[in-house]
Write a protein that binds this ligand. Structure first.
Ligand code: GLA
Length: 380
């Protein structure tokens, strides 16, 4: 196994997790999302080894694996597939440029908590190999191939939001991203006198990846049915709620609910961005509650632990918005809390959560930070 202490690093990369303020399950439906990169991250040390093999060590899992660059295929071990997928897709785009390398990975991103350790892992590998071997990938190529790696090697048909935020994140900025055109605007992440706080439920229900793909299929079914009558629509997010309503009797109930949620959440994201622009933080917070309500009842990707925390926050005047964040079925809530009251909120929520579920709650304080970056280079 690679020796962490004597490892001679050529290139060091930091790859952050992400939060998403609003616009959940909207990226693969061609609508607006509002994510940002955060200061919690995965660090990678890369070095060339002048062979045709690669060894990759995860300090967290205390496990490593070796591969031959001529034989890249899926592994039975999930975390390895994020890496293998990226190598595979770089090779598709720029054949033969990756040579033998070793890599040590160390993460302070909690797994399964909805802050996208997956995209951080994919994009960190993409960025590291791009720098190490001078491959010349653009940001957009790294974003897309990282997403493709997740589709083909991991099997989750994710959208593009996470990889986009991990690569394009900017300190103190939110990214208002149109997932249909990939046009984006940076907007100042100024919530003062409130603070963004994550509460990790520490549950991660196994439904997450299978139900994720089911939601995608349901959305595709809805879009295809609506496009039959209205071929002008290119994405589900684009379709106005009134138009979706016309299909209430036609679509299966669940499919109809998914479509209406998507249509509304896309518009709620636009509204939330306007509220921020006008410094209407209460209005912004209401959008977060509206988002959770839709995710809980119409999109059905929440769970009792997340619902409990969001409901709990509603009784506290110092919390102005709360919702589940990310794919769902566990992970974190994202909350807007009066800065002076953050500690009181953590204490109260932790006690209530412990009493209700006999589980620990983990607060995660986040700073909005830059995207994936090279932080050290000794490469010759
Ligand atoms: C996961 C996926 C993203 C996005 C979110 C839900 O994080 O990777 O593409 O769909 O869920 O908004």
């Amino acid at each position: 196994m690679l020796d962490v202490n004597s490892f001679q690093t050529d290139i060091k990369i930091d790859s952050p997790g992400r939060i998403n303020l609003i616009g959940e399950h909207i990226d693969y439906n061609g609508g607006l999302v509002l994510p940002a990169a955060i200061d919690k991250k995965i660090t990678f040390k890369f070095r060339k080894n002048h062979s045709n093999t690669c060894e990759i060590l995860s300090s967290n899992f205390k496990s490593s694996f070796k591969i031959n660059l001529n034989e890249i295929s899926r592994s039975k071990t999930e975390w390895q597939n994020y890496i293998l997928g990226v190598i595979y897709h770089i090779n598709v785009l720029k054949p033969g440029l990756i040579k033998g390398f070793d890599c040590i990975i160390e993460s302070n991103l909690p797994l399964g908590s909805g802050i996208s350790s997956s995209a951080a892992l994919e994009c960190g590998v993409a960025k590291g190999l791009n720098e190490l071997f001078d491959i010349g990938l653009t940001d957009l190529e790294m974003i897309k191939l990282s997403r493709d790696a997740e589709h083909t090697f991991v099997g989750t048909k994710c959208g593009i939001m996470d990889q986009f935020a991990v690569v394009k994140g900017k300190e103190n900025s939110l990214i208002l991203l149109d997932c249909e055109t990939l046009e984006y605007k940076l907007i100042p992440a100024d919530f003062s006198p409130y603070t963004v706080l994550l509460l990790n439920t520490n549950v991660s229900h196994s439904l997450a990846s299978s139900e994720y793909n089911v939601r995608r299929d349901e959305c595709n079914t809805a879009l295809a049915a609506i496009q039959k009558k209205y071929p002008k629509y290119r994405s589900l997010a684009e379709i106005e709620p009134e138009v979706v309503q016309e299909f209430k009797q036609i679509l299966p109930e669940k499919v109809f609910n998914r479509a209406l949620y998507v249509s509304e959440e896309h518009r709620r994201t636009l509204k939330a961005a306007k509220c921020l622009d006008q410094n209407d933080l209460k209005g912004f917070g209401d959008c977060l509650y509206g988002s959770h309500n839709g995710l809980q009842h119409m999109y059905e990707v929440s769970c009792k632990e997340l619902d409990f925390l969001v409901d709990f926050s509603k009784d506290l005047e110092y919390v102005i918005g709360s919702r589940m964040m990310g794919g769902g079925f566990g992970g974190c809530t994202i909350n807007l809390v009066l800065t002076d009251k953050v500690e009181a909120f953590i204490e109260n929520a932790t006690a209530a959560y412990q009493e209700k579920f006999d589980l620990d709650l983990s607060p995660i304080k986040v700073k909005i930070s830059n995207g994936v970056s090279k932080i050290e280079s000794n490469a010759k």
